[in-house]
Ligand binder design. Structure first.
Ligand code: TXA
Ligand code: MG
Length: 311
């Protein structure tokens, strides 16, 4: 931990676990270090980063006064998988914000992430610790696979508890606007806000990052419905080099790679990115993935899956 904080202090990068996915961190106020994150990830420069803090008291320096709505959501969900878009304090976080007037902030609920922010004594800017466009990493080994030799240190905190990224909510006005679906469901956010949530339209990406192709492993991803799986009618599965990720029991031909995740949609969300990476490692060419309903956390799962399957 001391070594990690020292690397950050000197402008270097450290990967660390959060409860959602692993992050690739730099000292948020160090513009040169933040630009290094973009280079290492191959991330388009118009896609700003999330700044990680150890609690709401850290906001005073980097944002304008939180709205009543922001305070309510912070009280309900921090530390936790909720990122807030707020007005940026002028003269701060230039590179991390991508030059926008706003800044995305969250307080992660992972002891290692919190310890690292406290050891540095300052906020840490961190996107997910994958090469841009690939599935987000949920273990230290995933980070190593993408970034080996490109960063000096990965803090290994085991598998991420939630496995899918935070929800992003714009809290600058009096009404919350959901900008990215995440492990916190719209219903949970609505309940805490005490008012309805404005949802992003299917064709209007509202976080800059949503414009880019994303979450894709090197194999092609093809979505299949639960009824396809039930019918066992996936004749294509017996084709050489195909795989299946599913929840529903399947009696069809045995593919080259097969992963069944039993349990609820939460469990499916938790193991989704790891399964995409395992399928890739198995060397298959096409991965068939069972879809889930768009309800609850299923909405965030389908958002990731549709983009992993996009041509
Ligand atoms: O769970 C998470 O949020 C993880 C962990 C590491 O905290 N982080 C994460 O970061 O998913 P990243 O960079 O993969 O996604 C951040 C998203 C991007 O889509 C970006 O466009 C959006 O946040 N974003 C950042 N700043 C923004 C802003 N000021 N306004 C709107 N969207 C913003
Ligand atoms: Mg990401």
């Amino acid at each position: 931990m001391r070594q990690a904080a020292e690397i950050l202090r000197r402008g270097g990068l450290v990967a660390f676990p959060t409860e959602t996915v692993y992050g690739l961190g730099a000292r948020a106020e160090d513009d040169a270090a933040v630009r290094r994150i973009y280079r290492v990830k191959g991330r388009p420069s118009d896609n700003p980063l999330i700044v990680h803090v150890d609690g709401p008291q850290a906001l005073a320096r980097i944002t304008r006064r939180p709205t009543a709505l922001a305070r309510r959501l912070i009280a309900a969900f921090w530390p936790g998988p909720l990122t807030l878009v707020m007005e940026r304090a002028p003269g701060t976080l230039r590179a991390a914000s991508g030059g926008l007037k706003t800044i995305a902030v969250r307080c992660p609920a992972h002891p290692v992430a919190l310890q690292l922010i406290r050891a540095l004594g300052e906020p840490i800017a961190a996107p997910s610790a994958n090469i841009s466009g690939r599935p987000s990493p949920t273990t230290a080994a995933h980070v190593d696979r993408d970034l080996h030799g490109r960063i000096p240190l990965i803090l290994d905190g085991g598998s991420c508890q939630r496995g899918l990224e935070s929800a992003i909510v714009d809290v600058r006005g009096s009404r919350p606007k959901l900008l990215r679906h995440g492990v916190l469901t719209p219903a949970e956010i609505t309940r805490a806000a005490g008012m309805p949530l404005a949802l992003p339209g299917p064709d209007s990406p509202s976080v800059p990052g949503a414009r880019h192709r994303h979450y894709a492993p090197s194999c092609r991803v093809t979505l299949v419905s639960t009824s396809d799986i039930r019918r066992g009618g996936l004749a294509k599965l017996s084709a050489l080099g195909s795989g299946l990720l599913h929840r529903t029991s399947f009696g069809g031909p045995t593919p080259a790679f097969r992963r069944r995740v039993s349990g609820g949609v939460d469990a499916y969300a938790r193991s989704l990115f790891a399964a995409l990476r395992d399928a890739e490692k198995a060397g298959i060419r096409v991965l068939f993935v069972e879809t889930v309903s768009d309800r609850g956390i299923g909405r965030a799962v389908m958002d990731r899956l549709r983009r992993a399957a996009a041509p």
